[in-house]
Design a protein around this ligand. Structure first.
Ligand SMILES: [Zn+2]
Length: 238
């Protein structure tokens, strides 16, 4: 089935392009909350994973980019996101209005992204409700990490220092479409950013939480005692 255990009551489904698109499931009573929604091609796998875990009670989007909302409506569960993300989630545009792909340095990557984003996207999502800073979701606290997207949110569990953070941090080099060397992290490329300076501040805020597990939107989770330093380093680059 391909579900990987991330932490107590937290699972990861990886799919699409190099298996780099992540959808998380967090135990919530007799079912799960789905965090992020990957790409359109993952709909069947998301449905199957949700059923295996007792049913998806609600979907919470980390943010509304095409590769995070693609399978948002796969299970029919109600969809939630941050208030600042509702307009983009409900828009049928696969490319957010603030993205500037001309900033990507490699020509073929610049050319291929519009096609990729449209292929990944599942189209406009009907948002049923909002979650904001401080709200509780399945034992996690919602944290607002604006920058890469205006309403980007992460989920934080203090008891075992687990952070599920969508695209607050990249473990991929999106400008070259390849993973970063293992253990490295980066602020998402400015080409995608709603506000790149705020994106850096959000990485610093994540570092200050001193997480032991960071489940990002792409590639396998980072683990260890030195993640704070890794994240602080990332915030100084790019
Ligand atoms: Zn994104």
């Amino acid at each position: 089935m391909g579900l990987e255990s991330v932490a107590d009551g937290v699972w990861l489904l990886r799919g699409d392009f190099r298996g780099a698109m992540n959808v998380y499931f967090v135990e919530d009573g007799d079912g799960v909350v789905q965090f992020d929604a990957g790409t359109k091609s993952m709909r069947k796998a998301v449905r199957a994973a949700g059923e295996e875990l007792g049913g998806v009670k609600r979907v919470v989007l980390g943010h509304a980019h095409a590769d995070h909302r693609g399978a948002a409506m796969a299970t029919g569960a109600p969809v939630f996101c941050h208030p600042d993300e509702v307009a983009d989630a409900e828009s049928d545009a696969a490319i957010a209005p603030y993205m500037d792909l001309s900033q990507l340095p490699v020509a073929w990557v610049r050319w291929i992204y519009p096609m990729l984003l449209r292929r990944w996207d599942g189209g406009a999502v009907k948002v049923d409700g909002a979650v904001s800073e401080g709200d509780r979701v399945a034992g996690f606290e919602v944290i607002h990490f604006p920058g890469h997207a205006p309403g980007l949110i992460g989920l934080w569990r203090e008891s075992d220092r687990v952070a599920l953070v969508s695209d607050v941090i990249y473990l991929v080099d999106s400008a070259r479409l390849k993973p970063l060397p293992h253990g490295e992290a980066s602020v998402p490329h400015p080409a995608w950013a709603w506000d790149h300076q705020k994106a850096k501040e959000s990485v610093r805020r994540l570092a200050a939480l001193d997480p032991k597990v960071v489940g990002a939107g792409h590639e396998r989770p980072l683990r260890g005692e030195s993640l704070r330093a890794t994240l602080e380093r990332a915030a100084e680059k790019l």
